[in-house]
Design a protein around this ligand. Structure first.
Ligand code: UDP
Ligand code: MG
Length: 316
C-alpha cells in the first residue's frame, strides 16, 4: 500500500492544529492509502506543540519536528520534505485555508501519473490593493525570470517521490519554493479552488515581509536585474555622449553659454540615483552569496519524533 505524507507547517496555530488533523483524518479513512501527518512547529509561542503532542498520543501516524525558533515557512517545508517517507507528499497550510476536501482530486491526479498536482486559488475576498500588488509582482517576476510563475499557485500541492527528491537535490539556503517547484519541471496538473478566509489566528505576512519576499523572488532566480543595470548604464553613457557632442557643437557655433545649472543638477541626480540602484542590486546579490557560502543548516531542531537519520537523497 502506498503512503501519503502530509506536511503541515504550523506557526502559532494552536486552534487549527486539531481541526486540520480531523479534516485530514476524515478524508484518509476513505482512501486506500497509508498515511503520515508531519507537523512542523516553526518556533510557535503558543500551545501549538502541546496540541501536536496530544494528537501524536492518540494517533501514531502523527509525527512532528519542532524548530528551536521561528525559521520561516520555507525552512519548515524543507524539513518536512526531508523527513517525509511517503510515495507522495502533500504540502498544506495548517490554518485550514487549504481545503482538505481537495485531497481526493489531488490524489486522483497523482494516480493518473502527474508528478505535481497544484491546487490554485482565485483571489476573491482579498483587498483590491493586495490583488493589484500581487498581479504586478507576477507580471514583474515573469518578465525578469527564467521560470514562469502562476498567480494563485502556491505551496498547496501534491508531489510525487521523484518531485520531492528533485526538490531536495536543490540545497540552496535561500529557498523560494514557488520558483523551485517550477524549476524542477516534471508533469504538472492544476486544479482550482475558491479562496477560503482564515478562521482562527492571523496571517503572518506583513506588507514589508511581502515586499522582501517579492525582491527575493526576483533575485533568487536569475541575474536579469544585473543586466538591466548594465543596459541602463549603457543607455545613459550613450545618451550622455550624444548630449556632450551636441553641446560641443553649440559651443563651437554660438560660444559658451553660462546657464547650465539645471542640466548639471539633473545629470548628478539621475546618475547618482542610477549608481545607487545598481550598487543596491549588486549588494543584494552579494548578500545572497554571503548567506549561501556560510552553508548554515536551514533550521535547528528543538525536539522531534521523526526518524532523524535522513534519507539519502538520490535523484533518479
Ligand atoms: N507559517 C510557518 N512559519 C512562518 C509563517 C507561517 O510555518 O514563519 C505557516 C502557518 O502556520 C500556516 C502557513 O505557514 O500554516 C501559511 O501562513 P499564513 O497563513 O500566515 O500565510 P497566508 O495564508 O496568509 O499566505
Ligand atoms: Mg493562511
Amino acid at each position: 500500500m502506498s503512503t501519503i505524507s502530509f506536511i503541515l507547517p504550523a506557526f502559532n496555530e494552536e486552534e487549527n492544529v486539531p481541526k486540520i488533523y480531523e479534516a485530514i483524518y476524515k478524508e484518509v479513512q476513505q482512501m486506500p492509502y497509508d498515511y503520515e501527518i508531519i507537523y512542523i512547529d516553526d518556533g510557535s509561542e503558543d500551545n501549538t506543540l502541546e496540541k501536536i503532542k496530544a494528537l501524536q498520543q492518540q494517533d501514531c501516524h502523527v509525527k512532528y519536528i519542532s524548530f528551536s525558533r521561528n525559521f520561516g515557512k520555507e525552512a519548515a517545508i524543507y524539513a518536512g520534505l526531508q523527513h517525509a517517507e511517503g510515495d507522495a507528499v502533500l504540502l498544506m497550510d495548517s490554518d485550514l485555508q487549504h481545503p482538505p476536501s481537495l485531497m481526493r482530486d489531488m490524489i486522483a491526479g497523482y494516480e493518473a501519473g502527474y508528478h505535481q498536482v497544484v491546487a490554485c486559488r482565485d483571489r476573491q475576498g482579498e483587498s483590491a490593493v493586495h490583488r493589484g500588488i500581487t498581479n504586478l509582482f507576477y507580471r514583474l517576476i515573469n518578465k525578469m525570470s527564467s521560470v514562469e510563475l502562476e498567480n494563485g499557485a502556491g505551496d498547496f500541492r501534491l508531489l510525487s517521490r521523484k518531485a520531492v527528491n528533485a526538490l531536495l537535490s536543490l540545497s540552496e539556503n535561500n529557498r523560494f519554493s514557488k520558483g523551485l517547484f517550477e524549476w524542477i519541471g516534471l508533469s504538472k496538473k492544476n486544479i482550482y479552488y475558491e479562496n477560503v478566509e482564515r478562521q482562527h489566528g492571523e496571517t503572518k505576512w506583513s506588507f514589508s515581509m511581502l515586499l522582501s519576499y517579492a525582491i527575493d523572488g526576483v533575485l533568487s532566480f536569475n541575474t536579469k536585474p544585473l543586466r538591466i543595470c548594465l543596459y541602463l548604464g549603457l543607455l545613459f553613457m550613450f545618451g550622455g555622449s550624444l548630449y556632450i557632442a551636441a553641446m560641443l557643437g553649440s559651443i563651437f557655433i554660438q560660444g559658451i553659454e553660462v546657464p547650465g545649472y539645471f542640466t548639471t543638477i539633473s545629470a548628478v541626480l539621475i546618475l547618482g540615483g542610477l549608481q545607487l540602484v545598481s550598487l543596491g542590486v549588486i549588494g543584494e546579490y552579494i548578500g545572497h552569496i554571503y548567506n549561501e557560502v556560510k552553508r548554515r543548516p536551514h533550521y535547528i531542531v528543538g525536539e522531534a519524533n521523526v526518524d532523524r537519520s535522513l534519507k539519502i537523497v538520490k535523484f533518479e
